[in-house]
Design a protein around this ligand. Structure first.
Ligand SMILES: Cc1ncc(COP(=O)(O)O)c(C=O)c1O
Length: 412
C-alpha cells in the first residue's frame, strides 16, 4: 500500500521530536545516574501564561454561542484586536477585511502560504524556489520540500552582521545558472532563530525595495518581535517600511511572547493579494480556530496586562541569558555574545568533536542535556549548536553544573 507521496517520503522526523524521543528512550538510565533529561532544545517558554487569559477563557466557555464553527479568516473581535495591536505596537494600519487572516500558529501559516504559492514539481530544474535564511528555522526547508519546491540558502554570516546583501545573493544565484522567475518568495526572519540576532530598520527597507524591484513576495516571520531586552533593539514590523504592503506579508504568533505555544494561535497580515490567495486555500483546508481561544487571544492583545506580561517575561529571560553566559564563560566559551533579541544562544562546537551532532549526542547520553546541532538549521549552521534558554533558573544552573562535572568544556 502506498501511503505517502514522493514529497512526504523525503521528510525526516522533525529534529526537535527526534531529540525528545532519544531522551525518552534513555530516560531511565539517565535518571539512574542522576541526569534526568533537561531540555534546551525547543523554543518553548515554560512560564505560566498570563493569569487573566485563563480567566477570560474559563468565563467564555460557558457562552453557548462560543462552541460552533468559527470563520476561517478569524472572528471580528480577534481581527479587531490584531488591528489594534499592529497600530499600538508598530503604528501600522491593517484593513481587517483584506489584510489579515487568523493562523493556527505561525508555523501552519508559513507552511500553507508556501503550499499555495509554489507549483509542485519533481525535478530540481523544474521546481519553484524559495529563498530562506541559513541558518534559519528548521521547518522552512521541510515545508518547502513537502510542497514540491526547492529552498535556496541565503547565508547568514557574521561578516555582514547577519544582514546579507540580497543583490549579491541575486548575482550569485544567477551566476550559478538559476532562473529568478522560479523564485516565488523570500523568507526573512528577524529577530532570528537560531542566531538570536536582529537587523536594522534600514536593512528591512532594503529587503522591501529588493522584493519590489524583483517583483517577489517577502514572507517576514516576526514570531520573536516581542522578545527583546532594550528599547534600542525593539524589533520593527516589516509593514512599517515604505511600500511594504505591495510585496510583504508578516507572520505573528502568541507562542513566544505569552508562553502560549500549545494554544496554536497567530495571524498573518500585509499584502492583500497574498492574503486573499492564502484565504482561498485555508478556507478549503480547515475551519477557523476555536472561538474561545480567539476571544482570549484578543483580550491579551488589547490589554495592558499583555504588555506588562511581555515586559516581565523579557526581564526574566535577560537574567537567565546573562547567568547562563557567565556559566558558559567559566566552561571556556569566552566569546558568547548576549543576544539583543530572542532566548537563543548560538555557541561553537568544541573542536574535539568531528560534528555538531556528536557534541549534542554526547551531552544527551552522558549528561541528559538536550540541545540542537547547528546543521539542523541549514548547512551554514555547521560548527555551532543552539541552546534555548527557557528552562527554569534552577534547571539552567543544573545544566552548567552538569557540564562542569561531566567535562563538557570548550577547550578540552
Ligand atoms: C522562526 C520561527 N517561526 C515560526 C515558529 C513557529 O511558531 P508557532 O507555530 O508556535 O507560532 C517558530 C517556532 O519555534 C520559529 O522559531
Amino acid at each position: 500500500m502506498i501511503v505517502e507521496n514522493n514529497f512526504v517520503s523525503q521528510l525526516d522526523t522533525y529534529i526537535m521530536f527526534k531529540i525528545r524521543s532519544r531522551a525518552e528512550e534513555i530516560k531511565n538510565d539517565l535518571i539512574a545516574k542522576n541526569r534526568a533529561p533537561i531540555s534546551l532544545a525547543m523554543g518553548a517558554p515554560v512560564d505560566m501564561v498570563p493569569d487573566f487569559v485563563i480567566q477570560e477563557l474559563q468565563n467564555i466557555l460557558t457562552d453557548p454561542k462560543i462552541h460552533t464553527y468559527s470563520i476561517p479568516k478569524g472572528e471580528k473581535y480577534y481581527l479587531d484586536a490584531i488591528q489594534k495591536r499592529m497600530k499600538d505596537r508598530f503604528d501600522v494600519d491593517i484593513d481587517t477585511k483584506t489584510e489579515v487572516f487568523s493562523l493556527i500558529g505561525s508555523k501552519e501559516g508559513i507552511a500553507n502560504m508556501i503550499r499555495g504559492l509554489v507549483n509542485p514539481q519533481y525535478t530540481d530544474e523544474e521546481k519553484d524556489i524559495i529563498w530562506i535564511p541559513d541558518p534559519g528555522y528548521a521547518s522552512y526547508g521541510e515545508m518547502i520540500k513537502v510542497s514540491g519546491a526547492r529552498a535556496y540558502s541565503i547565508p547568514m554570516t557574521k561578516e555582514d552582521n547577519y544582514m546579507p546583501d540580497l543583490e549579491a545573493v541575486y548575482e550569485k544565484f544567477i551566476a550559478e545558472g538559476n532562473d529568478f522567475s522560479k523564485v516565488k518568495a523570500i523568507i526573512a526572519n528577524y529577530p532570528n532563530n537560531p542566531l538570536g540576532v536582529t537587523c536594522t530598520f534600514e536593512y528591512m527597507q532594503s529587503m522591501v525595495d529588493f522584493c519590489k524591484k524583483h517583483d517577489v513576495l517577502l514572507m517576514y516571520d516576526n514570531a520573536y518581535c516581542d522578545i527583546y531586552f532594550d528599547e534600542a533593539h525593539k524589533p520593527h514590523s516589516i509593514l512599517e517600511c515604505a511600500g511594504a504592503k505591495d510585496v510583504a506579508v508578516e507572520f505573528h504568533s502568541f507562542s513566544k511572547p505569552f508562553a502560549m505555544t500549545g494554544w496554536r494561535l497567530g495571524w498573518v497580515c500585509g499584502n492583500a493579494q497574498a492574503i486573499k490567495a492564502f484565504g482561498k486555500l485555508k478556507s478549503s483546508l480547515d475551519t477557523g480556530i476555536f472561538r474561545a481561544i480567539q476571544y482570549a487571544g484578543a483580550k491579551i492583545l488589547t490589554s495592558d496586562e499583555g504588555e506588562e506580561y511581555i515586559r516581565n517575561a523579557n526581564a526574566k529571560i535577560k537574567v537567565k541569558l546573562e547567568n547562563f553566559i557567565k556559566g558558559l564563560n567559566d566552561l571556556g566559551w569566552k566569546n558568547v555574545e548576549m543576544p539583543k533579541t530572542t532566548f537563543y544562544l548560538w555557541i561553537e562546537t568544541p573542536a574535539r568533536y568531528a560534528t555538531d551532532e556528536e557534541f549534542c549526542a554526547d551531552l544527551l547520553e552522558k549528561s541528559g542535556l538536550m540541545i540542537v546541532p547547528g546543521t539542523a538549521f541549514g548547512k551554514f549552521g555547521k560548527g555551532y549548536v543552539r541552546l534555548s534558554i527557557v528552562a527554569s533558573e534552577s534547571d539552567l544552573a543544573e545544566v552548567i553544573a552538569r557540564m562542569k562535572a561531566d567535562g563538557h568544556t570548550f577547550e578540552k
